[in-house]
Design a protein around this ligand. Sequence first.
Ligand code: UT7
Length: 335
Amino acid sequence: MLNKNKFRSAVITGVGMYVPEKVLDNKQLERMVDTNDEWIRTRTGIKERRILEEGGTSVLATKAVEDLLANTNTNPLNIDVIIVATVTPDMFFPSTAALVQDNIGAKNAWGYDLSAACSGFLFALQAGASLVETGQYKKVVVVGADKMSSIVDYTDRNTCILFGDGASAVLLEPSEDFSLGVQDSILRMDGSGRDALFMKAGGSLHPSSHETINNKEHFVYQDGKTVYKVAVKGMADVSAEIMEKSGLKGEDIAYLVPHQANLRIIDATAKRMGIEPEKVTINIEKYGNTTAATIPLCLTEYYRDGKFKKGDNLILSAFGGGYTWGAIHLVWSID
Ligand code: UT7
C-alpha cells in the first residue's frame, strides 16, 4: 500500500539479540517462594527465564546491537540514531542509548531511551520508522532491552515468576518499495492504569529513601487480575482494529508476533483475530516476560529459524504498564 505521506518506507534489514546464560527455572523458583512448576506453566506458559548477573540493561542492549552489527556487516560509524525501549535503564541519565552508543563506537549517532513498558518496542519501532520515512535518517537501530531481575522482588510470588532479562534489536533502513516494512500502527496509552502496574519509588515523586526501601517500593507491583482483564481486551481489540484498517483477514497474516506476558492472553488474541496457533510466535516458555524485549526476540528467533519470508504480513501486538498498548502491521523485508 503506497502511503503518500512517506518519502521512503522504513524496512527492517537486520536483527540481533542477546539473552544471558544464567537460567532461572520454575523448579528453582519453587525453592524461593510458595509456588510450583505446574501452576506457573498452566497459568502463564513460562518454564524458565534468563538472569543477567553482572551489569545493567546497557550490557544486554549492547550485546544485542553487536549481534545486529555483525550480522548485517554494519559499520557503527554509519548509524544515525539509536532508540532503546526500556523501563530498567542503567540509570536515569545518561540514557541507555548513550551508553550503547559509546560501547559500540557509534560516534555519529544521536538517540534516546523510550519508556512504554511492554509496549516499548512498538512505540520505538514507530518512532524509528517515522525518522526513516522522512528520508532524513538512513540507519536507525531500535532496541528493546530490560533487566527485569533488577526490579523484581524475589520474595513476591505474584511477580517473580513472570519476568526475565533479555534484549533484541532491529536495523531500520529506507526503501523505495512501499509494500515492505512498517505499514501502519495503532498505538495507545491510558495513564489511569497507573495503579495496576508500576514501580512506585526512585523517581521524583518518591525519591529513594530508607523508607522507600523498607516498604519495598523499588520493585514492580502488579495487580495481575486487573491487568489480565484489560490486557486480553486491549490486545485483542487493537489487533483486530489494525487488521481491519489494513484490510487483512486471518488467512492473510503469516504470523502474529505478540508481547509475551502470558500464553493465555496470547491465545485469546490469536483466537479473536482468526489466526491458527501455529501462526503465532511464542518463546515465553524460555524467557518469560522480558518487557520491551519480547517482540524483537520473537522476530529475531523466528527469522533465524527460517519462518519468515520476504513479503510476509506480520502483526506485532502488545499490552503493558501505563497502560500502554498497540499493534503494528509490518511486512517482512529480509530474504
Ligand atoms: O506484561 C505486562 C502486562 N502484564 C500482563 O499482561 C500480566 C497479566 N496478568 C496475568 O498474566 C495473570 O493475572 C497472572 C499470571 C499474573 C496471575 O494469574 P491468575 O490466573 O490471574 O491468578 P490469580 O492472581 O487470580 O491467582 C489465582 C490463585 C490465587 O490463590 P487463591 O486466592 O485462588 O487461593 C493466588 O494466590 O493463585 C495464587 N497464586 C499463586 N499460586 C502459586 C498467585 N501467584 C501464584 C504463584 N504460585 N506464583
